[in-house]
Structures are given as C-alpha cells and as structure tokens.
Design a protein around this ligand. Sequence first.
Ligand SMILES: NC(=O)c1ccc[n+]([C@@H]2O[C@H](COP(=O)([O-])OP(=O)(O)OC[C@H]3O[C@@H](n4cnc5c(N)ncnc54)[C@H](O)[C@@H]3O)[C@@H](O)[C@H]2O)c1
Length: 323
Amino acid sequence: MKLAVVGTGYWGKNHVRALKELLDEGKISHLSICDTDEKRADEIAQHYGIPYCTSSHELSDDVDGVVIATPSDTHHALAKEFLAAGKDVLVEKPMTLHSRRAEELIQIAEKNECILMVGHIFRYHSAVNEIKRRITRGDFGSIYYMMSNRFSLRYPRKDMGVLFALGIHEVDVFCYLMDQPYPEELFATVSNYIGKTEETAQIITYFKGGATGYAFESWLTPVYGKRRELVVVGSRMSARIDYLKPNEITFFDATISQETVSQEDSYVIPIEYREPLKEELLDFITCMKTRKQPVANMHIGKAAVEMIEKAMESAKEGRKIRL
Ligand SMILES: NC(=O)c1ccc[n+]([C@@H]2O[C@H](COP(=O)([O-])OP(=O)(O)OC[C@H]3O[C@@H](n4cnc5c(N)ncnc54)[C@H](O)[C@@H]3O)[C@@H](O)[C@H]2O)c1
C-alpha cells in the first residue's frame, strides 16, 4: 500500500502528517510527497524523513494511490492523470470546479476500476455522525431546519470563493444528515466586497419532507474570531456542534409545536475524539484494499459540485433553483 500526497501547502501538510502516523502504525507501507515548490517539498520531506519529487509525472510508477491537495483548479487534470494510470485517488474538495469534469473523472475511475474519493471531511466527524445517528433513530422528531455558520477573517483565496471553499461542506453535510442526494430547491446570495470571487455567501437548501438548511459563510467577519458551528432544530430536540470543539455536542430538549414551546433542559455529551482527517484517510486505505465505495465517494463529490454550480446560478439570477 504505497501512497503519495500531491500538494503539501496549508492543507496537504495535514494529510502528510496524518499519513506519516498511519505509516508508523503499519497501515501503509510507503509514503512520498510531490510539490512543484521544491523548497516546501524538501522541508516537509526532511521533517518526516520521506522522499519527495516536484512533478506528478515522477510519481506514477511508484504508488498505488494518491491524495491530491493542490489548488482546486488543478484537481481535474491531476486526478485524470492518476486515474488514467490506474491509481486510486483521494482528491480534496471541491472535486472539480465544473460538474461535467467531475463526471468525466467518474467515468475514467469506473472504466479503470479505480477508487475515487473526495475530501468531504465532515462525513468523518464524530459529532456529525452522532447527530446523524440520532436523527435516523427519530430522537429529533421532524427536522425543521439546520443552520451552519463558518466565519473567519482571512485573505480571500485566489483559486475559489467561499461557495466552493466553504459552502460546499455545508450543502454536503445537510444532504448527509437528511440522507438525500440533493435538496429539492436551493437559493443563494453572494457578495464580493474586495476581490473578484465572493467572500461572503448565504445558501438556503429546501429538502423533501420540509427541512431547510441555512448556510452562512464569510471570510470577512472580524467579530467572532473563527466560528464554525452546526445547529439542528427538530420538533422534539435540537442540537449544536461547535466544529472547533470536536469532542462534544450540546443537546436541547425543547418541544416545539403549534400547541407547545417548552424547553426542559440542555446538556453536553462528550464524544470520543477521532481525528476526522485520519478517519477519512483510513476509509481511503480500507477501500483501496476492499474495493468498496468510500463514505465520501465520487458521486457525493460530484453532487456537491453541482449544488455549488446551482448556488452560483441562483445568486446570479436572483431566484430559487430546482435540482
Ligand atoms: N477538506 C478540507 O477541510 C480542506 C481544508 C482546506 C483546504 N482544502 C482543499 O485543499 C486544496 C489545497 O488548499 P491549500 O489551502 O492547501 O492550498 P495551498 O495553496 O496552501 O497549497 C497548494 C500546494 O499545491 C502545490 N501545487 C500546485 N500545483 C501543483 C502540482 N501541479 N503538482 C504538485 N504540487 C502542486 C503548491 O506548490 C502548494 O504547495 C484546495 O482544493 C482546498 O479546497 C480542503
């Protein structure tokens, strides 16, 4: 089981760190890295005592699978190169910046019988999975709405705006919790105050059965520090996750109906901490061995890209879009 990480910048170096731990635990047999920035590649390779190269073409013969964590506009070409060579691929989100390119990758993966997985990391988040379990069990009653906020203050990214960078997590988590491939309808607004791509966006997703998902993303929020949270409101119970405190969920026993609004108690339950990135990588490695489809498979990766395309269309046209 030989793996390589392509792209070792802000996020890719987390993949390298987690995979080095899995290498030390004997879960993989070989780890190398590739980055076009030789200084960066050399520094990281030296730190972990692993080999590096500076061109993806140098990797193909030596690896069974790759993790691609390069800028989003390079995902399609790099994933295509490795899939065409018969390698398994975990590509970071967004899978691509165009859904027809995502579809092309799916077809190559299917033809060459490769695993193609996408870095939708929140599907591996213990607290999200605990909430999903309890929704499925009926603890929440009817789901009224979900609300997700991702605020920070940072330089806008150059390769994409907040819709593809952050909103894509939200729409995917909403679909995951609702156990539906897409919402029925979606409405979005975006603003670019300082750059060419949107730095702030709101997406509203409308699901079959009546639940609504509200997502609010911004890189221009100086007032909260970094805030990343998910709230789920149901007829019998509600819950809140602070993504920055991954080992707890707060539940609220609140009954909300036409006749009653009663809040009895709120309590925090501890969640066993398992690093979502490591869980994601373990799923990739397991699926490389078993040839099963990962939780964050290529189809949900493409669906997420489609939803963001629809969000862009909605924002441009100022109307709800049916999916
Ligand atoms: N899943 C998550 O939660 C999460 C979080 C952050 C970023 N990401 C994704 O990770 C990707 C990378 O983001 P980042 O913030 O780390 O970017 P970054 O700019 O910090 O790093 C990208 C790295 O890729 C290298 N690179 C560029 N082209 C290359 C090529 N052809 N071959 C090899 N190396 C190449 C660059 O030199 C750089 O080191 C993005 O797609 C982003 O959406 C995912």
